[in-house]
Design a protein around this ligand. Structure first.
Ligand code: ADP
Length: 493
């Protein structure tokens, strides 16, 4: 049972209380025993004849098995996408294309509950997160880009925007449905067709989306969804008839992809790792800031490339903030992702849990002080207690490298110049957060921080109308908003 200890009660009465479990029902989601590849509007057996398991990371039980696409399958999907592009999609009026995208958005909304359950089962994230953020934001992306489809001339006046052709899209496991929406919606709105590959540990919501797409009567081949691991992704990247690669994932794989497409005609957008700095000034509303920091790194298990995994606190309030953080951390509920009370779900995979453990060890070896909550963890599945490190040095690996887990490194600073220098001092530049009461400080910080997004007095806020993307090793290109149309278009002049 998930337990939430009340700190105030504990102090007074040395007792604790817990919420009764409120699990979402698994039966509201239909998951097939086996999934084939969604190519040319139909479910096709893989030429590889191979399937692999996808499991529930919260209990290690098998959920389903999905096809492993090899080069021949990738080729089939690309041929289908090319035919659909040349014969149907590029010729269709933009207004008609918009109707399909709008219909997909509506259907995602209609199936929101089922999609949220599938997302939490397959990925381990709390149902509150998938229900209230992932699925509605995915639907919103389809709605938003449906609106742009017949207005491209207004988005880029006098530039004669033209579609590119076939987009190969490779996505990670942290926001499986939302990333699929981020990729598919702008591609379709700009008149391109798609071959999309979800991550091997979280394929199920994309496959459910394939069912929705099939039901929406989108012309066959416009969207193809194929499953597999790195080799399948690599086959998409190197296919000669792909015009654009859109990738979200690790910096390591991003670099491999960039090398693979160097010297080809392929356009690319890469959204890679991050090591976001959350900065709390002494004049900030501290309770609000602490809640924002908790939301920024611990909700979602830290499985967010823009997670605020470094916290810089102004020295004068550091003690106070660390105390508040520890208290709040202790109250977080870790447990069953399907339970509506859960704050922190399961780590996505055994491999990811091992990476997190490696960094916890490194942090201790580097001399930082580790604090983890006292909550009990379920016996089966992949779990990590929310953890924070204090006494962290700027050069420590836990302050420089992406951990991708519920682990926060806390550092201190005295002046604005110092914290800007420190916050910018990583190989990444995806996002950052500033907490202060002073507007002028916010503007100074946002101007000087080298990060694609800087949130002020909030964190991890997303909206289809806002562009998102990184600097430095966090990648290039923008997704979302009007900017998100650009990577899928050729503009004249
Ligand atoms: P993470 O570290 O977040 O798991 P990865 O970069 O390993 O991220 O994976 C993100 C996506 O990239 C997944 O869909 C994965 O299958 C795919 N992928 C992994 N290796 C390659 C590769 N060499 N080429 C193309 N795609 C790859």
């Amino acid at each position: 049972m998930a337990t939430r200890k009340s700190n105030t009660l504990k102090l007074k009465f040395d007792t604790s209380w817990s919420y009764a479990p409120a699990p979402e029902s698994k039966s509201a989601a239909t998951i097939n025993k086996q999934y084939d590849l969604f190519i040319n509007g139909a479910w096709q057996k893989p030429s590889s004849k191979k399937y692999f398991d996808t499991i529930n990371p919260a209990n290690e039980e098998k959920l389903s098995e999905v096809a492993e696409a090899n080069e021949a399958d990738v080729n089939k999907a690309v041929v289908a996408a090319r035919n659909a592009y040349e014969k149907v999609w590029r010729k269709m009026s933009a207004k008609e294309r918009a109707k399909y995208i709008f219909r997909i958005a509506r259907m995602v909304q209609e199936k929101a509950r089922e999609l949220a359950i599938i997302e939490s089962l397959d990925g381990g994230k709390p149902i509150r997160e998938s229900r209230d953020f992932d699925v509605p934001t995915a639907a919103n992306h389809f709605f938003y880009y449906a609106g742009w489809a017949d207005k491209l001339e207004y988005a880029f006046p006098n530039r004669n925007p033209q579609s590119l052709g076939v987009a190969g899209q490779i996505i990670p496991w942290n926001f499986p449905l939302l990333m699929a929406a981020w990729k598919i919606a702008p591609a379709l709105a700009t008149g391109n067709t798609v071959v999309l590959k979800p991550a091997e540990t979280t394929p199920l919501s994309a496959l459910k989306l394939a069912e929705i797409i099939q039901e929406s009567d989108l012309p066959p081949g416009v969207v193809n969804i194929i499953t597999g691991a790195g080799a399948t992704g690599a086959a998409i990247v190197k296919h000669p008839d792909i015009n654009k690669i859109a990738f979200t994932g690790s910096t390591e794989v991003g670099k491999i992809i960039q090398k693979a497409i160097a010297g080809t005609h392929k356009k690319a957008t890469l959204e890679l790792g991050g090591k976001a700095a959350n900065i709390i000034f002494e004049d900030a509303p501290l309770d609000q800031a602490v809640e924002g920091v908790i939301n920024g790194i611990f909700f979602n298990q830290g499985h967010v490339c823009c997670a605020g995994s470094r916290l810089y606190v102004q020295e004068s309030v550091a003690k106070q903030v660390i105390k508040k953080l520890k208290d709040r951390l202790e109250s977080l509920i870790v447990g069953d992702p399907l339970d509506k009370n859960t704050d922190i779900g399961a780590i996505n995979s055994k491999q990811q849990l091992e990476t997190i453990h490696k960094y916890l060890k490194i942090g201790k070896q580097e001399g930082a002080e580790m604090y983890e909550t006292s909550c009990a963890l379920p016996r089966k599945g992949f779990w990590c207690r929310p953890t924070l490190f204090t006494n962290v040095a700027q050069s420590n690996r836990i302050a420089q490298e992406e951990i991708f887990g519920p682990v926060l490194a806390v550092l201190t600073f005295r002046t604005e110049d110092e914290v800007i220098e420190k916050a910018n001092n990583t190989p990444y530049g995806l996002s950052a957060g500033v907490w202060t009461d002073k507007g002028s400080k916010i503007f100074n910080m946002t101007r000087r921080m080298r990060a694609g997004v800087v949130w002020a007095n909030t964190f991890n806020k997303f909206d289809p109308t806002s562009p998102f993307g990184g600097y430095k090793e966090s990648g290039f290109g923008r997704e979302g908003g009007l900017h998100g149309l650009l990577p899928y278009l050729n503009l004249a002049n």
